[in-house]
Design a protein around this ligand. Sequence first.
Ligand code: GDP
Ligand code: MG
Length: 369
Amino acid sequence: DEAIRLSDMAHQMGTKAQDLIKALFGMGVMATINQSLDIDTASLLASEFGYEVENVSFDELEFLAPSEVDKEEDLKSRPPVVTIMGHVDHGKTSLLDAIRLSNVTDGEAGGITQHIGAYHVQTARGEIVFLDTPGHEAFTTMRMRGAQVTDIVILVVAADDGVMEQTREAISHSKAAGVPIVVAVNKIDKEGANPDNVKRELAEQGLVPEDWGGDTIFAHVSAKQKTGLDELLEMVLLQAEVLELKANPDKPGRGHIVEARLDKGRGPVGTMLITEGTINQGDSFVSGVHFGKVRAMFDDQGKKLKSAGPAMPVEIQGFDGLPEAGDELFVVEEEKVARRIAQSRAMKQREKILSSKSKVTLESFLASK
Ligand code: GDP
Ligand code: MG
């Protein structure tokens, strides 16, 4: 393994070992004079002292098995991943809650519902996975980070309020992402409910209902009275069938972080949505600038899992640091490789920060003249 002793490095650089130890401390690394530094730490340290680092170019692809195009026969259909969007107060949270509560199995009813950022429901016609961070921010943040995990958007529009600013925003975000919309006309129970008005307003936005000759699916629901929910889910599954969603479960797992938090007792925990392959307990992985080993894995009911496949939301423990929503997570063969890739990424990120800092300094210096 590539490593360099701190004392050797100091000698080569013509600096005092003590100064290197100090600089490392400033980088959050505790080191002693006899310590071996990995190549990434060493090169970052060297750059702190103005040294050009040679021969540290690192291509993580060299460490990864070449990804092969999946064969048609290896692809298995997978459940759709759904995000609920709509104007504030139109009932996104209520609808998510209603769907979740009316679809828990008897064994789970009354049990503790885990909040892990995503959950899956079993309907008579099939499974659906919901991202339970409703709203546009989550959707756009994920997309900005290159993560497109949503297959279908449920657009909630209150029947007594109609199309509002965030309704239009949701439509344009969905369109930009190329994600089909299923409309849930909510609050159908309310006195001022006017679903035809909602239809007309949405048709003006390009969402023409099927019964008006368009291709947008509408469902009338009341999240409050829990009516129309089964029909809505059926519509979502119909839409999913059209999309022919498939993934290969028989390869190393890969997916995106949808939520992460620091748990007092368990350390960094992240929920990931698996996009392809299978994640197993004990797998080594990279996620952003972090790496880890799947120490434990749970589903949205808090049930411990040994393995999980495509479209399943799972909560994972075993990260070396807090992952970020939108980051990709992928399994690699060896922990050593995972560590190497993560460290190289972290170093590149720090270099970027350092160089942007020095630019700022230079500019402010020029401005002050
Ligand atoms: P969000 O901001 O889109 O998440 O909306 P909420 O789910 O927080 O709902 C906003 C308000 O509308 C709350 O007071 C809900 O109780 C109410 N609400 C939601 N769905 C319905 C419904 O189907 N019928 C009626 N009458 N009220 C509803
Ligand atoms: Mg809400």
